[in-house]
Design a protein around this ligand. Structure first.
Ligand SMILES: NC(=O)c1ccc[n+]([C@@H]2O[C@H](COP(=O)([O-])OP(=O)(O)OC[C@H]3O[C@@H](n4cnc5c(N)ncnc54)[C@H](O)[C@@H]3O)[C@@H](O)[C@H]2O)c1
Length: 670
């Protein structure tokens, strides 16, 4: 026996799939629907007449085993006249024409039974009276059954269809988000394609926005370009009035500059509709993600950085199968160095830090990233020379990436001895331990604060650059290659402006900036670290590489954009307060990329600084004296000793006064 419920399910599934994919409701023109509804009774009567006539014809066929005898034609024609007249009247009297088919229930079924039974009895009576007993008797019964099944089947079929299919279409439509795509380029078109092929994304595409006037009013892949970015608010309003709300705008401009992204964000914000974006060009080119991975707009998007080109083979050659030491591995730069280095399959990644919990965190993360490389977390202090030498020997380290340092400018102004011990003596320990143990390459992370330093932290970084530069190049006796890589602020690093602003915004403000004209270079941490790896394979030794940081960003604009990204209006919902500049802070950090002292390299984003190096012997003696001054904890003499080799140092605050007094005394022969 056939299992009808299984077949019924399959048919329902088939219909549902077809109808849902074609979105039937969208296709059915509203005018046609309106015409059917206003002439409903006529349609129903035509349908009933057809069913009554066809049932009788089918009954004759069934009665005569589907071979219709010519002699029966007269009976059929008489029968049709009588049955149509009788049943149409009975159906009308019983009232089965009324009621919505999609809501048919048991009472409708009973009504249909009564109407059909009544119609068949009257039909039988009339036919016997008018045609006589020659009319085939079994036709009365077959006709009753067929007509009842057809009239009831049609109603319950409509109900089934509505409950199983239309309901779902309507529900789906109600939950779908109306989407406006900002950018009708390749990325926007790819987004349309992916949304259409992936119904779980649950978007109803309303249209494109594009600033290119040639695209306006053009239909691309069946989606209209509705106007430019400036029209967003008007378009959103227009669709809201038509009850087609736009619930989300996705900016699909992966190669947009930071300025273009900020403009697009401002346009979207003014419409009051939440705005998201697709992955950036670097991620798309790397093939890591799809355009349809729609995400929140981040500060990084507003910087609009271009993807970094890397010499992967050279980097792989210098890392694969070797022991690599990263100092400061628990910090922002050090941890990203670990993440990127482990992809190049080192034999052992020695992650060194004095901060146990931070080291633990990055160890856990690295263990989940590679099954090949061994991750060796090492607790150690770069101020301890013996421990550093022990680590380099124990692991047979071939490359060192030195990112351990103190970096907070105002704090270091008040902790001179600690800053110098950690940043300068610590670096000197690392350099010596690497050199004496034949490490192949040593990369020191420097900072833009080393350029014409005005603070203790920047001064220590400039001194460390000089120490690294004084080391022999790779053609020297044991072939170690020492380089420094200098760059400006990275976004989101520990204690930097982005996490601070985020916290202030989350608290409801105010967002504090030190000066309205303060500008800083910004790079993302992964971008800076990629360039550090690239620079590490470019150097011959003794170079100071300087990374191209793009355009400097006004901190006030950054604060405003971050407030907007969090869905608030700057100075309206969240105030911005200017607190005044702190000791040692500059309005603008130079990177010396545009000075006479830098030369380009073959890599467009990496320059080399060509300041004259200081002789190694001199530096050795100078560091010896520094160590002894530090042990005496004489802050002014320590700073003055450092200023001797960094004459461009311009101390600020109390150190300006103290150093001036000291030089006056020295001039007076004191
Ligand atoms: N963050 C930036 O925006 C930025 C930009 C350019 C350059 N830099 C430079 O990069 C370096 C690292 O910066 P970061 O942002 O990663 O800082 P961070 O504070 O996040 O990390 C520094 C890490 O070094 C460790 N460390 C400090 N002293 C140590 C010691 N004596 N022994 C062992 N470990 C020690 C700390 O525990 C910390 O984990 C600094 O020299 C900084 O000037 C940073």
């Amino acid at each position: 026996m056939l299992n009808f419920s299984i077949y019924g399910d399959r048919v329902a599934r088939l219909i549902r799939r077809r109808v849902l994919s074609a979105n039937l409701l969208d296709l059915a023109p509203q005018a046609l629907q309106g015409m059917v509804i206003s002439n409903r009774l006529i349609f129903i009567r035509v349908w009933q007449a057809s069913v009554i006539a066809l049932s009788l014809m089918a009954s004759f066929l069934v009665r005569f085993d589907f071979v219709f005898p010519h002699g029966e034609m007269r009976h059929l024609l008489f029968g049709l006249l009588i049955v149509l007249a009788v049943k149409m009247v009975v159906f009308y009297v019983v009232g089965i024409e009324h009621g919505w088919w999609r809501f048919s229930g048991l009472s409708d079924l009973v009504k249909l039974l009564i109407a059909n039974a009544g119609g068949s009895i009257v039909f039988t009576a009339f036919t016997i009276a008018l045609v006589g007993s020659e009319f085939p008797r079994s036709v009365y019964l077959i006709d009753f059954l067929l007509c009842f099944l057809a009239t009831a089947g049609a109603r319950f079929g409509v109900r089934l269809y509505h409950e199983m299919v239309m309901h779902e279409v309507a529900a789906k439509k109600a939950t779908q988000k109306g989407l406006l795509i900002y950018g009708a380029g390749i990325a926007g078109l790819n987004l349309v394609r992916e949304i259409r092929s992936n119904p779980s994304m649950n978007y109803r595409i309303i249209g494109f926005i594009d600033d290119n006037p040639h695209k306006w009013n053009v239909s691309l892949m069946g989606v209209n370009v509705l106007g430019s970015g400036r029209d967003v608010t008007a378009i959103v309003e227009r669709y809201r009035r038509r009850s087609h709300s736009i619930d989300e705008i996705v900016i699909a401009m992966p190669s947009a500059s930071g300025k273009q992204m900020s403009e697009a964000l401002t346009n979207c914000r003014s419409s009051g509709v939440p705005c998201k974006t697709i992955p950036n060009l670097a991620e798309l080119l790397a093939g890591k993600v799809r355009v349809s991975e729609i995400r929140e707009i981040s500060v990084e998007n507003l910087l609009g950085r271009e993807p970094v080109q890397l010499e992967h083979d050279l980097i792989h050659e210098s890392v694969a199968g070797r022991s690599i030491l990263v100092t400061g591995a628990g910090g922002s730069i050090g941890s990203e160095l670990c993440r990127q280095l482990i992809r190049f399959e080192p034999k052992c990644l020695v992650a060194l830090d004095q901060a146990e919990s931070d080291l633990f965190k990055i160890e856990m993360e690295l263990l989940g990233m590679s099954s090949q490389a061994t991750v060796c977390p090492v607790i150690g202090d770069i101020r301890d020379y013996d421990r550093m030498e022990e680590i380099i020997r124990e692991f047979g380290v071939t490359s060192v990436y030195h990112a351990a340092a103190y970096k907070h400018v105002p704090m270091m102004e008040h902790n001179v001895i600690e800053a110098v011990t950690n940043n300068v003596i610590g670096l000197d320990n690392m350099v010596k331990a690497a050199y004496r143990n034949g490490v192949n390459s040593f990369v020191m992370i420097s900072s833009d604060k080393a350029v014409n330093p005005t603070n203790v932290m920047g001064l220590t970084k400039r001194v460390t650059e000089l120490i690294v530069q004084s080391m022999p190049d790779s053609t020297g006796d044991n072939g170690t290659k020492f380089v420094s890589v200098r760059f400006g602020n990275v976004l989101g690093s520990n204690g930097s402006v982005v996490p601070i602003f985020k916290e202030q915004i989350a608290r409801g403000g105010p967002v504090t900036i030190t000066h309205p004209d303060m500008r800083r270079y910004f790079m993302t941490i992964p971008e800076a670290v990629q360039l550090v790896l690239q620079a590490s394979v470019m150097g011959k030794g003794s170079e100071i590489f300087v990374l191209d940081m793009g355009e400097p960003v006004r901190i006030l604009d950054l604060a405003r954009n971050m407030i907007r990204l969090s869905g608030h209006e700057p100075d309206v919902d969240i105030p911005i307060r200017v607190t005044g500049m702190r000791p040692g802070e500059k309005l603008f950090e130079e990177l010396s990329t545009e000075s006479d002292e830098t030369r380009p390299t073959y890599h467009e984003k990496i320059m080399v600084f060509c300041g004259a190096p200081i002789q190694r012997d001199f530096i050795d003696r100078w560091v010896g004296e520094l160590r002894s001054l530090v042990s005496r904890r004489d802050e002014v003499r320590v700073l003055s000793h450092m200023a001797d080799i960094v004459p461009e140092y311009q101390p600020s605050g109390k150190w300006q006064v103290a150093l001036r007094q000291r030089s006056l005394k020295a001039a007076a022969g004191d």
